[in-house]
Unconditional design. Structure first.
Length: 117
């Protein structure tokens, strides 16, 4: 189905395309409260950019099964840490994505709120 600017809100909801970022996500008439989470993977050692990109691709492949949308990630070579940002119904759902995708679970997961720009 092609979506254009002439679609009504009702038709978007009915077809499961309506998504309020960082609020309520409506998918096929189901309502799920979404929160924003940041995780940290500590002591990752000498991970390469290619390895990190591959792990992220694996996350993206399974995230939908858990109702999660990973929106960004960062790597600090100096600190040996990786940070991931995601919208998810729970922190457990976010953690399940990494566990299923590649087994590299986060050391900590925090619920966060985005500040004003």
């Amino acid at each position: 189905m092609q979506i254009n600017n002439l679609c009504t809100l009702e038709s978007l909801v009915v077809h499961g395309y309506f998504n309020l970022r960082r609020g309520i996500k409506l998918v096929r008439e189901e309502v799920t409260t979404m929160a924003l989470y940041m995780d940290i993977h500590k002591n990752v050692g000498d991970i390469t950019k290619e390895q990190l990109d591959e792990a992220h691709k694996k996350d993206l492949a399974v995230q939908g099964k858990h109702g999660v949308e990973i929106t960004d990630y960062w790597h600090s070579e100096k600190e040996g840490a990786i940070f991931c940002l995601a919208e998810a119904p729970t922190k457990e759902a976010f953690g399940a994505v990494h566990r299923e995708a590649h087994g590299l679970e986060a050391d900590e997961i925090f619920e966060v709120k985005q500040g004003q720009k």
